[in-house]
Write a protein that binds this ligand. Structure first.
Ligand code: ADE
Length: 264
């Protein structure tokens, strides 16, 4: 997958050199190109912002540098004719649609993504109307710009690229992949500071372990994120487990946070 990031702070993206994303780049699975937007600014001061029409606080990013950057990088005759098509252009913004695991999976199927990192009060809306395929928010809070949101999205997408995560099953079991939060996890020692690892996980009975994980994931989700259950097809067994633990299966959570403390 090719990814271009346009920003006025290319150094902000330096975590892309590290860890899982860094390794995916080193192995040629992910081909990242960082661009400084100011190289497309035309005045001597390399200005990329201006006061908002209609007044109000802050500054707005001017359209011309974005237009020039996107035409050169992603327009017809972009830098890589071998790509043979336009990239998918994403603008991180607090007014966008929520970023989800399902959307990350859709992006992981694309050959080429461009992230446009706005700063200040955002990018002139005409650029977004003309170029953006998606405006995406990573949560209901306001960051100083799109760079951190781009890092978040790129990490979520890179994990899903074939060959990046060694054990492909660990991606399938992820929280959100099934619509449920993942069950709690433990490693050695079996007893630590008086807290014991649930016996079922040490039983070697893989059927029982699978059922325990499903039940615990369900109760955790009912307790912490009842909103997620609306989209899950619950079985009779699931409903019975919720009822047994005093939780409605559609949002009325009661009882203690079920961190692995499911009756066995
Ligand atoms: N830019 C500023 N805040 C943001 C957010 N919550 N999500 C995506 N991009 C942003």
């Amino acid at each position: 997958m090719r990814v271009d990031v346009i920003t006025i702070f290319p150094e902000y993206l330096s975590p892309l050199d590290l860890s899982l994303v860094g390794r995916a780049r080193a192995r040629g699975i992910l081909d990242v190109h960082l661009h400084d937007l100011r190289q497309w600014a035309s005045d001597v001061h390399r200005t990329v912002d201006d006061a908002p029409y209609g007044g109000g606080p802050g500054m707005v990013m001017r359209p011309e540098p974005w237009w020039a950057a996107l035409t050169e990088i992603g327009g017809a005759g972009g830098p890589d004719p071998a790509m043979g098509r336009r990239p998918r252009i994403i603008v991180p913004t607090p007014v966008g649609r929520p970023f989800t695991q399902a959307y990350a999976a859709r992006l992981a199927d694309e050959p080429w993504l461009v992230f446009c990192c706005g700063r200040y009060e955002g990018i002139d809306t005409r650029v977004i109307e003309e170029w953006a395929d998606d405006e995406i928010s990573i949560g209901d809070y306001v960051l100083a710009g799109g760079e951190v949101a781009t890092l978040v999205m790129l990490e979520a997408v890179t994990r899903l690229l074939p060959g990046v995560v060694g054990n492909a099953e660990s991606v399938v079991d992820d929280s959100f992949a099934s619509g449920l939060l993942e069950a709690p996890v433990y490693t050695r020692p079996p007893v630590w500071q008086g807290h014991e690892v649930p016996a079922v996980l040490r039983s070697g009975d893989h059927g029982a372990i699978g059922r325990w994980r499903r039940d615990t994931a369900l109760l955790r989700t009912a307790h912490r994120r009842p909103d997620l259950l609306e989209a899950v097809d619950l079985t009779e067994h699931d409903r019975a487990i919720c009822a047994e633990h005093g939780m409605g299966d559609h949002g009325t959570a009661g009882g203690a946070d079920p961190n692995g403390r499911v009756a066995q």
